[in-house]
Write a protein that binds this ligand. Structure first.
Ligand code: SME
Length: 169
C-alpha cells in the first residue's frame, strides 16, 4: 500500500510533495501504463477540487485516452481540438479559467468549469498530455502550471521506456 500523506500548507509545497511522490512511484518502473495510472490516482487524491485527472497519449499524431480518474471521457482528440488538442499542437501548457469560453472546448463532463493541460515532451517529441479538470471556475493558477510542468519533466523519460525497449528488439 502506498500512503503518501500529502498535506501541504501552500500550493508550491503541495506540488513539491506531489512531484516527490510521483518520483517514488515511477522510479525504475519501465511500464508506461502503470506509471500513468499511478500518477493519475496520485493527482486525484492529492489535489483538491478536481473532477478529472489523467493522461491522453500521442498515438500516431492523435490524442488517445490514457489512464485517468474521474468519469468516462472522450476517447480520441485530434491535435488542435479542444484544450488538450491545443496543448498537443502548441507544446505549451494550456490554463483555462472558464472552459465554456474556450473555442472548441470538448465537454466530456458537463461539471468541468476550468482546466489545465500540460504536454509531456521527451527529446523533442510529444509523448502525452496531463489533463486536470475542475468543477470550480479558475481553479488553476500559475503555481499549478509550474508544478504540473515539473511533473511532466519528471515523467517524460518514464513514459517511453516500454516503447524504447520493444523498438530495440
Ligand atoms: N475538455 C478536454 C477534453 C478532455 S476531458 O476534459 C477529460 C478538452 O477540451 O480538450
Amino acid at each position: 500500500m502506498y500512503d503518501f500523506r500529502i498535506e501541504a500548507g501552500d500550493k508550491a509545497e503541495l506540488w513539491r510533495q506531489v512531484v516527490g511522490a510521483a518520483d517514488a512511484l515511477t522510479a525504475g518502473e519501465p511500464d508506461a501504463v502503470a506509471n500513468m495510472a499511478n500518477v493519475a490516482a496520485l493527482l486525484w487524491e492529492a489535489l483538491p477540487d478536481l473532477n478529472w485527472s489523467g493522461f491522453y497519449r500521442n498515438v500516431g499524431g492523435e490524442l488517445v485516452l490514457g489512464p485517468f480518474q474521474g468519469r468516462a471521457a472522450c476517447i480520441r482528440i485530434p491535435f488542435g481540438k479542444g484544450v488538450c488538442g491545443a496543448a498537443a499542437q502548441s507544446l505549451e501548457p494550456q490554463r483555462v479559467d472558464d472552459v465554456h469560453a474556450f473555442p472548441g472546448h470538448i465537454a466530456c463532463d458537463a461539471a468541468s468549469a476550468s482546466e489545465l493541460v500540460v504536454p509531456v515532451v521527451h527529446e523533442g517529441a510529444l509523448i502525452a498530455v496531463i489533463d486536470l479538470d475542475s468543477p470550480r471556475t479558475a481553479r488553476f493558477d500559475e503555481q499549478d502550471v509550474a508544478g504540473c510542468v515539473e511533473l511532466a519533466r519528471l515523467l517524460a523519460p518514464r513514459l517511453t521506456l516500454v516503447e524504447k525497449a520493444s523498438a530495440a528488439r
